[in-house]
Design a protein around this ligand. Structure first.
Ligand code: ADP
Length: 320
């Protein structure tokens, strides 16, 4: 559906998900190994609906790292920007699904390979060929990954890419809430497109009203589009000239993991070859309806990557 390359920067890891919901890790009778990591999910979401995607991030030179690179390639995502670390191991996350379907994370990162990506290891040619550069690493605070993250953003921006940011707030990974806020805001004004969840909006503004005033308080001069995702309440969108909301589709959610990434991937895939869609409310709303459909479908299946829809599935969903 689009020709422009979307490069997604960050981490790919394996989620160990208990085979039953609503129990603690210690009580889990077993675990499923689910590939994940928000930026990798976004790359696969793009490829599934027919877009061109590459993932950039470091993996361990171990069984898990090679398994993950294989999953990207099977899904048609370029792995040309992935170095393998000889020392640090592939990141792992232990996820619990609460009875209400929301998830909680514990990470093995001691350190993990994703944190060890250096600026010198960046595939600059790949980054320069991106029409959209999406970022949002959970290792933003950690060197050398932090420097690599900042350099990749700069190179992409200089080459004319649209920059898309999802903070992917995982509070337990940060030394303090204040530090998390500070780091997230330090790269805030580089982005052209930002997607936050309702939880992130509340966290970043310190305001528990999820309303327009609160969202607009996060606006910055160079921003083109701010999105607030609201789960079963759909999403809100804000641009310089207009704002509004798009309803969610009514589905029976079994696991919300990956819904936001599916939403972002769909949005980026639709705007990559024509960034001006953002300025046109009618066209933007059509794109956001498509993105909400992708998010909704993703909640109807377990896991993130296995649940990301193909273009065919989305079209069938929208027709049905
Ligand atoms: P995030 O991961 O950013 O918190 P959300 O969970 O809000 O993302 O999901 C992103 C989008 O997916 C939502 O805007 C919505 O359109 C769709 N979605 C998420 N959860 C549901 C749900 N329970 N029912 C229908 N659509 C949903």
């Amino acid at each position: 559906s689009s020709d422009g390359l979307i490069v997604s920067f960050g981490e790919m890891l394996i989620d160990f998900v208990p085979t039953v919901s609503g129990v603690s890790l210690a009580e889990a009778p077993g675990f499923l190994k689910a590939p994940g990591g928000a930026p990798a999910n976004v790359a696969i979401a793009v490829a599934r609906i027919g877009g061109k995607a590459a993932f950039i991030g470091k993996l361990g030179d171990d069984e898990f790292g090679h398994m993950l690179a294989g999953i990207l390639k099977e899904n048609g995502v370029s792995a040309d920007g992935i170095p393998f670390d000889k020392g640090a191991r592939t990141a792992l996350a232990f996820v619990t699904l609460r009875a209400d379907g929301e998830r909680e994370f514990m990470f093995y990162r001691n350190p993990s390979a994703d944190m060890m990506l250096t600026p010198d290891e960046l595939n600059l040619e790949l980054i320069r060929s991106a029409k959209v550069f999406h970022y949002g690493s959970i290792s933003l605070i950690v060197e050398p990954c932090r420097s690599a993250h900042l350099k990749a953003m700069e190179v992409a921006k200089d080459a004319g890419a649209l920059l898309s940011y999802d903070p992917n707030l995982r509070l337990p990974l940060w030394p303090s809430a204040d530090e998390a806020r500070k780091q997230i805001m330090s790269i805030w004004d580089k982005a052209d497109v930002i997607k936050v969840s309702d939880v992130e909006l509340e966290f970043l503004t310190g305001n528990n009203n999820i309303d327009d005033a609160s969202a607009m308080s996060l606006w910055h001069d160079n921003l083109k589009l701010l999105l607030v995702t609201l789960g079963e309440n759909g999403c809100r969108y804000y641009t310089k000239n207009f704002h509004g909301s798009v309803d969610a589709y009514n589905v029976k959610a079994v696991d919300t993991t990956g819904a936001g990434d599916s939403f972002v991937g769909a949005l980026l895939c639709k705007i990559v070859s024509d960034h001006d869609i953002i300025q046109d409310e009618h066209r933007l709303k059509e794109v956001l309806k498509f993105a909400c459909a992708c998010g909704a479908i993703t909640t109807t299946k377990k896991g993130a990557i296995p649940a990301l829809p193909t273009e065919k599935e989305v079209l069938a969903f929208l027709e049905g």
